[in-house]
Design a protein around this ligand. Structure first.
Ligand code: AMP
Length: 315
């Protein structure tokens, strides 16, 4: 963490990068770091580059920064495990790359990498960084709100088993900095009528393999029929998370050139299965993709085997 502070002090221009299809922890980490640096060192130029997310757009919406800004800058890539998942690949044009992340390490692409695989959210690492240097750093209410949203969303509202007392200590600190819980919950919980209707569709039409792998095929046709965004459609993976006989579940979302898989578990480790299908992630929340629907049966077979082995091990 000392190195992180040293780098922030050294560079006058800092650009924050996240991952493709950013989630709450990614946007929360980008904005949390942005405010932390800006409020503590007001003379520094700080930018946020990359994609935005409607779901957590109330924190802020990054945009693509100008080409001329990269040379001479420090790139800070947050919440992203691998080089190719950084949403703006121009981060490579910066003078120095610092990665701050909480995913399983597969690619130490930064010139310096601060990774805590045990942290349930990248935002928690940033709170711990603040705690360590709180005599030097300043944390505003906006900063605390962004970081809280990251922890809240990446822990499934503080319920995943990666949550520890450190997570609650971080949340407590953020509340002391002025986080308004009902403001955040209103933004995270309110859904459009179309999304709620899509959830009804998902609950009625999900499928199950013989041993209990539950899945939803989210085709383009369904997304268009319900008139929802890709992000809202993808968020419905949680709609089948509580089926007692299905400890692993997934959503397959059709994009123009690939089928994205959102894979979840409350028992078996799924990141190795994700790695087999060009993905990765955490033991109980991973992502991967298929090149076409032709590969779906193979994936279902592999996931079904994983569930069977898990259930057998419990007997
Ligand atoms: P998601 O379903 O997109 O929320 O992803 C769940 C977790 O898996 C996140 O921590 C992602 O960073 C990770 N992940 C998703 N897709 C990929 C991928 N293609 N390669 C590596 N990790 C991924």
């Amino acid at each position: 963490m000392e190195k992180v502070l040293e780098l922030i002090k050294k560079y006058n221009r800092i650009i924050l990068f996240g991952h493709v299809r950013p989630d709450g922890d990614c946007i929360g980490s980008q904005y949390g770091m942005y405010y932390l640096i800006k409020d503590s060192f007001p003379k520094k130029e700080v930018y946020i580059s990359g994609e935005s997310s409607e779901y957590v757009g109330f924190i802020g919406k990054p945009s693509m920064v100008d080409d001329s800004l990269f040379k001479g800058s420090l790139a800070i890539c947050v919440d992203v495990a691998t080089n190719e998942r950084v949403s703006d690949q121009r981060f490579k044009n910066c003078d120095y790359v610092l990665k701050i992340d909480h995913h399983v390490v597969v690619d130490n692409f930064g010139d310096y990498n601060l990774v805590d695989e045990k942290a349930p959210a990248c935002c928690q690492i940033i709170v711990e960084f603040y705690q360590k240097y709180k005599d030097i750093l300043k944390m505003s209410k906006e900063c605390a709100t962004a970081l809280y949203v990251g922890i809240d969303t990446d822990t499934g509202r503080f319920k995943f088993d990666s949550v520890t007392s450190k997570t609650f200590n971080s949340a407590a600190l953020l509340l002391e900095k002025g986080v308004d819980l009902s403001y955040i919950d209103n933004h995270l919980s309110i859904e459009t009528l179309d999304t709620i209707k899509l959830r009804g569709y998902c609950l009625s039409n999900f499928q199950m393999s013989d041993n209990g792998f539950a899945y939803i095929k989210m085709t383009r046709e369904i997304i268009n029929r319900f008139g929802v965004s890709d992000e809202d459609a993808a968020s419905q993976v949680t709609s089948i998370s509580s089926i007692d006989t299905c400890p692993v579940w997934a959503m397959f979302i059709e994009y123009p050139t690939e089928i994205r898989i959102r894979l979840r578990s409350r028992g078996p480790v799924v990141n190795l299965l994700a790695e087999k299908y060009q993905g990765g992630g955490h033991p109980k929340a991973s992502g991967a993709h298929l090149d076409s629907w032709d590969q779906l049966d193979d994936f279902i077979k592999d996931a079904d085997k994983l569930v069977k082995e898990y259930k057998d091990s419990l007997k």
